[in-house]
Write a protein that binds this ligand. Structure first.
Ligand code: KIV
Length: 262
């Protein structure tokens, strides 16, 4: 699937949508053979792959390398790329230069955090023929304003604002909206208030689909254990054991053996 139309039809047909983040070629090759619907090269790459504390350190060039690597392994799925911190706030020309770079590396769409006065640039990007996924609720690029990874929309005023943001983003032409870290009932209300699909992360079960960071799902992030995260394997433990087994075999002169030698 390489088009946004299928994602849109999923909502119409009440079929859940699955998205996963991916930053590299070998993971992309595995995801390519799964039933997962679409892939995001998220700016979380700055944290997961480069060890930064926030997504603020994701640079356009950094993400471009990840997009290119993922695209080489991903032939079957829609590839969405995150607009990095401030890239869409430095004027239309800068926004389009970054998007051009991403799309030439293989992105089919971009994700832009926030609503408010971002709506104008989002509309411009959409009018330029670029599919835009929006992202509201907890928007990690604004972590310094928000003050932490906190659940958003918990009181009536902020909830009403988020519902209005979602409507404005739909009117601006976005093809879907990520809803991050908000009460499940609010995510449900937003999902019912708009026609485009909502993709939740820490937003409960009533969104049109879910997204999760690949390394979190695989249990590779040992100390990251938010309530919403379901780890589908103990990747950290399995990899550590494999590495220790390799180390032991070499130290005990059990690897390579005769069959593994020329
Ligand atoms: O960068 C990212 O991984 C994201 C998802 C968590 C939605 O934006």
């Amino acid at each position: 699937m390489k088009s946004i139309n299928e994602l849109l039809s999923y909502k119409t047909n009440n079929k859940p949508i699955t998205l996963i983040t991916c930053y590299d070629y070998w993971s992309a090759k595995i995801i390519n053979e799964t039933d997962i619907d679409a892939v995001l090269v998220g700016d979380s790459a700055a944290m997961v792959m480069h060890g930064f504390e926030t997504t603020i350190n994701a640079e356009a060039q950094m993400l471009a390398y990840h997009i290119a690597a993922v695209n080489r392994g991903l032939t079957e799925k829609l590839l969405i790329a995150d607009m990095p911190f401030l890239a869409h706030r430095k004027g239309k020309k800068n926004a389009l230069n970054v998007i051009e770079k991403f799309m030439k590396q293989g992105a089919n769409a971009v994700k832009i955090e926030g609503a408010g006065d971002n709506i104008e640039i989002i509309k411009y990007v959409v009018d330029s023929g670029i599919p835009v996924m929006a992202h509201i609720g907890l928007t990690p690029q604004s972590i310094n304003s928000i003050g932490g990874y906190l659940v958003q929309g918990k009181n009536n005023g902020t909830a009403v604002k988020l519902i209005q943001d979602a409507k404005n983003l739909e009117n601006a032409g976005c093809f879907s909206i990520v809803l991050e870290l908000m009460p499940a009932e609010l995510a449900k209300e937003i999902t019912e208030a708009i026609n485009i699909p909502t993709i939740g992360i820490g937003a409960g079960p009533y969104t049109s689909g879910q997204i999760i960071v690949l390394q979190d799902l695989l249990g590779l992030s040992k100390n990251f254990n938010p309530k919403f995260l379901r780890k589908y394997m103990d990747g950290f433990g399995l990899i550590k054991t494999a590495l220790n087994n390799y180390n032991k075999d070499v130290k005990e002169r059990n690897y390579p053996n005769e069959k593994e030698s020329y």
